[in-house]
Design a binder for this molecule. Structure first.
Ligand code: SF4
Length: 195
């Protein structure tokens, strides 16, 4: 019980207030999801999404589009030269399904390590990279490719393979969302019956 306020204090000492607040809130949500008891089917869908995140990252490989897309853009997107698509809000990027999938695949609060640089969008956006492993990021991060990146991947001959993996990830994500929604409905129903 003492751990969480202490952890929040440590984050607050090391981070700008906006990032510290977002990190603390995300860790609370992740801890709560780690208490859930999903079915084997739901967990299998989460693991499939995790596998496909890694497959998509490997299929994307080295690219140049992501290192200069922020140039000349207004903040927070333009705060750094690259990673413009990482300038959204942490809470939106890590939606309920995403946090639940991470929890079911073993991501721990301690894995959510953030940079100590300027906070410019997602809490994990550093000037030149994301500080999370591919597996600890939301599926959206693996799934999203802007038009510039798609053009580059097409030129590199990688786009078709990537799109096939995207379709598989979408399927697994939808399956997970449906199973989780159904579990949450059941839990709510059981809870209201017991009142
Ligand atoms: S988790 Fe990483 S890849 Fe995803 S939006 Fe945040 S900084 Fe970008």
């Amino acid at each position: 019980m003492v751990i969480i306020p202490l952890e929040r204090l440590l984050i607050r000492l090391r981070q700008p207030k906006t990032r510290a607040d977002e990190l603390a809130a995300l860790r609370v949500r992740l801890r709560a999801e780690r208490q859930a008891e999903p079915s084997a089917e739901e967990r299998a869908a989460a693991l499939e999404v995790r596998r496909l995140k890694r497959a998509l990252a490997d299929a994307t490989g080295a690219v140049t589009s992501c290192s200069e897309c922020g140039k000349g853009m207004p903040p927070p997107g333009g705060a750094f030269a690259g990673g413009h698509c990482c300038s959204g809000r942490t809470e939106d990027l890590f939606n309920g399904d995403e946090v639940a999938m991470l929890a079911q695949c073993g991501t721990r609060p301690a894995d959510l390590v953030a940079p100590r640089t300027e906070h410019a969008g997602c809490a994990f956006r550093a000037p030149t990279h994301c500080t999370l492993t591919v597996e600890d990021r939301p599926a959206l991060c693996a799934r999203y490719a802007c038009n510039d990146l798609r053009r580059e991947l097409f030129d590199l001959g990688r786009l078709d393979g990537l799109e096939a993996l995207e379709a598989q990830l979408d399927d697994a994500y939808r399956r997970f969302s449906k199973l989780r929604a159904s579990r949450l409905d059941d839990e709510l129903l059981n809870c209201s019956r017991s009142i």
